[in-house]
Write a protein that binds this ligand. Structure first.
Ligand SMILES: Cc1cc2nc3c(=O)[nH]c(=O)nc-3n(C[C@H](O)[C@H](O)[C@H](O)COP(=O)(O)OP(=O)(O)OC[C@H]3O[C@@H](n4cnc5c(N)ncnc54)[C@H](O)[C@@H]3O)c2cc1C
Length: 447
């Protein structure tokens, strides 16, 4: 049973943990854990990350980052590093399925609407303009590398959280297991951050539920080498379909005539109850590519990576329990349509690290951590959850033949040149103003 802050209040502080080893223990060396560690480390706070895998994860997941994250990463000095390893795109679009190109192959499907994130001829891409692209696995490594360079961060791989045995005002005790040595031991810290993904052991150890729902269909996510035959300005495209709706996005700069890596994520039929291995066979994936991939036939592609995912809309009832905090997918999960998951997680990392710096280094009261929890949960409830839900429904609840007329969003985005300034500002506000939490400003406003 976890000894909580309340126990401490009832029993006195009891035997106080010696937390000299680290100020903050981060469970999960994913992108959110490593970014939190970087921000804390550069402020001189000692951090240990435990990661249950033997290396950082290589699974095919996030790749595109919006303005709010770009501004935050720029302030941290990370934007230029990411841009050097990655590349920029102009925005996204929605299409019908590819059609016969008259030469035995398929042409890109009819364009239904465009969402420009900068003008199509922008080559400079000021910070905040366009979509910053770098596969999550590379971003994760970059965050970890920069965190370790601060001299205040270390990471133990193959080590996972087993239980939280004490969570009181003065610190946290946990049991961790090293999976290579098959050995369990105790670790102590002043604060613990659970950044251990949607199945978070931290959240479970704190006894927190994860209310919300799981969508009935699984997503088949693939990284695939494709020869670039077309040069659309809006490289990232959704293909509308009632069942096998799809999102495709480049993972490397899609130079025309060159073969580069792309992500194709295709929804499986919710009625398809075959095991994941069967969804991920070459044969099944190629069958889907035939429907959604433009280009000459027979398709000449090489599948590099594949994974299937269950997708959710869920939010923990709090992101703080005593000296334990949650961040990223451990606290909230949303479907990946609109790329809102890791962007939200990185903005959690930004707000949480700032809150911890205020408490650990600047003598602010620990109520700052409650503000972190409240503000980030509000962002999920009022922006991330409804927006990602509607992004997903938009690609499969509309008939592709009538969507462009029926759906107000498609009608509005059909011709961005007709958008009024007011409409643009209205749409941009949640992305630019609400998504990121300025903890310092909120604390100052409350004083
Ligand atoms: C197909 C797909 C596409 C996506 N595309 C986008 C996108 O374009 N943009 C976007 O913003 N988001 C996207 N997302 C969402 C994004 O991938 C997640 O939001 C992101 O992974 C969250 O990062 P995290 O660090 O919170 O969790 P994770 O990436 O899940 O990392 C958690 C880490 O904790 C470790 N761990 C777990 N349990 C323990 C334990 N007990 N002890 C120690 N370590 C543990 C795990 O091994 C893992 O390394 C996508 C998701 C999917 C599935």
């Amino acid at each position: 049973m976890v000894k909580s802050s309340n126990d401490a209040a009832v029993n006195g502080t009891g035997d106080q943990p010696d937390h000299s080893a680290q100020d903050v223990l981060i469970v999960g060396g994913g992108p959110v854990g490593c970014l939190t560690a970087f921000i804390l480390g550069r402020a001189g706070i000692n951090v240990t990350i435990i990661e249950k895998l033997p290396t950082t994860s290589d699974s095919p997941r996030a790749c595109g980052y919006y303005g709010a994250s770009q501004f935050m990463l720029n302030e941290l000095g990370l934007y230029d590093l990411i841009r050097k390893e990655g590349f920029m795109t102009h925005g996204l679009c929605w299409r019908k399925k590819p059609t016969d190109d008259g030469k035995g192959g398929k042409a890109p499907g009819e364009m239904l609407a465009i969402q420009p994130l900068t003008s199509p001829d922008d080559t400079e891409f000021k910070v905040g303009a366009g979509l910053l692209n770098l596969p999550q696995a590379d971003l994760n490594k970059l965050f970890l590398r920069e965190a370790i360079k601060t001299g205040h961060v270390d990471i133990e791989f193959s080590t996972e959280l087993v239980s939280i045995t004490e969570n009181i005002e003065n610190g946290v005790r946990v049991v961790v297991r090293n999976n290579q040595r098959q050995a369990e031991r105790e670790m102590r810290a002043t604060y613990l951050v659970g950044a251990d993904g949607a199945r978070s052991s931290t959240r479970k150890a704190l006894g927190l539920p994860f209310p919300g729902h799981t969508w009935p269909e699984r997503l088949i996510s693939t990284n695939v080498l494709v020869k670039n035959e077309y040069n659309p300005a809006w490289q990232t495209f959704y293909v509308l379909d009632r069942v096998h709706y799809t999102i495709s996005t480049p993972l490397q700069d899609p130079v025309i005539g060159k073969t580069t890596l792309w992500r194709y994520t295709i929804a499986a039929d919710p009625e398809d109850d075959r095991p994941d291995e069967d969804l991920l066979t070459d044969e099944n994936i190629m069958r889907h590519y035939e429907n959604v991939m433009p280009g000459p036939r027979p398709l000449q592609v090489q599948i590099q990576q594949r994974a299937s995912y269950r997708i959710h809309q869920r939010l923990a009832p709090t992101m703080r329990r005593g000296n334990c905090l949650l961040a990223g997918d451990a606290a909230h999960a949303n479907n990946p349509y609109g790329a809102l998951g890791l962007n939200t997680g990185m903005l959690d990392a930004d707000a949480l690290a700032e809150a911890l710096i205020m408490v650990l280094k600047e003598n602010h009261p620990t109520t700052v951590l409650d503000i972190y929890s409240d503000e980030r949960r509000k962002v999920f409830q009022f922006f991330v959850d409804p927006t990602s839900t509607q992004n997903k429904l938009r690609v499969h609840s509309n008939d592709a033949d009538t969507a462009a007329q029926d759906d107000w969003f498609f009608r509005m985005m059909n011709d961005p040149s007709k958008l009024t300034l007011k409409q643009v500002q209205e749409m941009a506000k949640p992305y630019n103003e609400d998504w990121r939490t300025n903890i310092r400003q909120i604390v100052a406003d409350k004083q």
